[in-house]
Design a protein around this ligand. Sequence first.
Ligand SMILES: [Zn+2]
Length: 279
Amino acid sequence: MSELIDVTGRLRKMPVEAGDPVAYSIAVGDTRIPLNDLIGRPLRLDFDGVIRCIHCDRKTNKSFNQGFCFPCFRKLAVCDSCIMSPEKCHYHLGTCREPEWGETHCMVEHVVYLANSSGLKVGITRGSQVPTRWIDQGAVDAIPMVRVATRYIAGLVEVACKAHVADRTNWRAMLKGDVPELDLAEERQRMLGLIADDLEALRQAHGQDSIREVDEQGLGLSYPVKVWPEKIKTHNLDKTPEVEGVLEGIKGQYLILDTGVINIRKFTGYEVRFRVMEG
Ligand SMILES: [Zn+2]
């Protein structure tokens, strides 16, 4: 079989563009290869054993927090536990690992949204990360619920919502494609009712303008998937550095191959050779 594409470089999270369906590329080193048109073709990923930190470029034996070396993992604000748990933001205590980064990434408007990825879930993201965040989670539908002044307040609103709804995606269900339809505008009304007292208390504490309920439209998303997997088998480059299979679809940050699925984001920083065959 001759090769259509043969590139070597460091893997990155897949760049996405909203559309019907979502348009995916794979980023290998400085090369970006559009993937949608490659569905149906055999491809191959070979991991050469080298992982380079996406922040400082240093070689690392193990990837921390999806692409960082251990020193960066300990040092950078983006790797702090408050990024996973924004309600633990400690900027106001003067202990942010990188206050300047915090000012541009956390002390800015955030959106608390509802999404349907594997059922109803709540999530938060920076305003500018809509709809990328939704696509990365494989949501088929998402709707903004409130806009808030900071990541911290978004985290507090999310905590209130978590009493009533999941905040995680069941990625196995997400990849099976049988996600039941939901009326997110209706779910938003219901959720705002359930957390009305919490929102009032948060406004008392952080200012009336800190939380704004929004009436924005939702966004439906479709994904380029030709064949949904029946059983989900996962590829792991740490265990099996050669992955081969016919590309059958893409959803979230997953490539769906006929031999199993692979979460590309998980291998950010891995140096790979990526090949697509004529087939
Ligand atoms: Zn590093």
